[in-house]
Unconditional design. Structure first.
Length: 99
């Protein structure tokens, strides 16, 4: 029984004397890119012109317990919204009513 080696695949050799245009490559990189979803999200455009700010909110434990109970009740067996998202939604609802 003869044993032979695995055939070697020939890799084509491409010879180019032309150097890539580095300036053109840097221009393409500098332009950056965008994702289609980013263009359709008005909230993200708002964040670019209106940056997020951190605020500290002090609430009583009983208030947090009530919020958590409402979150679980609204979830209907699914994973409840985060406490942060619930509070932000409540603030936005209040602002909309006051306008």
């Amino acid at each position: 029984m003869a044993i032979t080696r695995k055939p070697q695949r020939q890799v084509p050799v491409v010879e180019t004397t032309e150097q890539p245009d580095e300036q053109a490559a840097l221009e393409v990189i500098g332009r950056g890119g965008s994702v289609q979803g980013d263009q359709q999200n008005p909230r993200q455009m708002t964040e670019l012109t209106d940056p997020l700010k951190n605020v500290q909110l002090r609430l009583y434990q009983s208030t947090l317990d009530e919020i958590d109970a409402l979150r679980r009740q609204q979830a209907n067996g699914r994973r409840p919204a985060s406490r942060h998202a619930w509070i932000v939604a409540a603030i936005e609802e209040k602002l909309e009513r006051e306008r």
